[in-house]
Design a protein around this ligand. Structure first.
Ligand SMILES: Cc1cc2nc3c(=O)[nH]c(=O)nc-3n(C[C@H](O)[C@H](O)[C@H](O)COP(=O)(O)O)c2cc1C
Length: 244
């Protein structure tokens, strides 16, 4: 359709990289592209730590559930929600900084939007990327390793590097399970999920040579049968976030 849409539709996460560093020029292009993402009221409530030091990458890989591609990739970004800089700006004017769940959402959304711009910029330069939610497995330790101040938390990491694999595309839910014209149509979603289950059964079967025989909804059922990362709320409170 056009090169931007082609690029977006060509995405797949890369989990094997050549150990090649990114040039400063490319890092700057990726981060300045991230910065031009829309941001709530221009607050820019995020910070990005670019990790290239092999020892730091090794530590972060371990803290994220031993995901080896964090060590291999040329650049590991840790994308953080950052209310610290907003508090500093407020206090500079001798006013009191007020925060709540809304400001937490603002920081998290700003971080995600900037990250996705970084991902697209990196892919447009021929790099592969993989988001790393595993960075929230041991978030307090990650904060210490990266010297993050209070009111800054790592939302996720992102590997960026020269791909050393060509994985297949992961199919997505049918359009009708995601996009609604004017009002939400729950029955269309249910139908779409059923179709997707059939497609994903075949996808998993093919990708694993017949070893994995499951569906998308079963994966969701297993994932949500127990609470995920229950340590996150106490962690955020200890970082100074007030979720009220
Ligand atoms: C916020 C977020 C966290 C993720 N965390 C991980 C992770 O820790 N490890 C990993 O291998 N993939 C991770 N992924 C990648 C997803 O598994 C992947 O995007 C999804 O399965 C769709 O596949 P695709 O990106 O290849 O199209 C994450 C993706 C997102 C958006």
């Amino acid at each position: 359709m056009n090169p931007t849409i082609d690029l977006l539709r060509n995405h797949r996460s890369i989990r094997k990289y050549k150990e090649v560093a990114l040039s400063e020029e490319h890092i700057e292009a990726i981060i300045t592209s991230a910065q031009m993402a829309s941001t709530s009221s221009n607050v820019q409530a995020y910070s990005i730590i670019g990790v290239t030091d092999p020892e730091l990458k090794r530590e972060l890989a371990q803290l994220s559930g031993n995901q080896a591609y964090i060590e291999q990739c040329g650049l590991f970004l840790v994308i953080c929600a950052d209310l610290h800089k907003l508090k500093e700006a407020t206090e500079h004017h001798e006013q009191t900084f007020h925060q709540n769940t809304e400001s937490f959402i603002v920081g998290t959304v700003d971080a995600a939007l900037a990250a996705q711009n970084a991902a697209i910029a990196a892919e447009s330069l021929g790099y592969g990327i993989c988001y790393i939610g595993g960075i929230r497995n041991k978030p307090q330790e990650v904060c210490e390793v990266l010297a993050l101040p209070e009111l800054v938390y790592p939302v996720f990491g992102m590997c960026v590097g020269v791909p050393d694999q060509e994985p297949s595309y992961r199919p997505r839910l049918p359009l009708q399970a995601v996009y609604h014209s004017n009002t939400y149509q729950a029955d269309k979603v249910a139908e779409g999920v059923q179709q997707y289950d059939e497609a994903m059964y075949e996808y998993y079967k093919e990708r694993t040579g017949g070893k994995t025989l499951t569906t998308w909804s079963k994966g969701i059922a297993d994932k949500y049968a127990k609470p995920g990362r229950a340590h996150i709320l106490p962690f955020l409170e200890a970082r100074g976030f007030q979720l009220k």
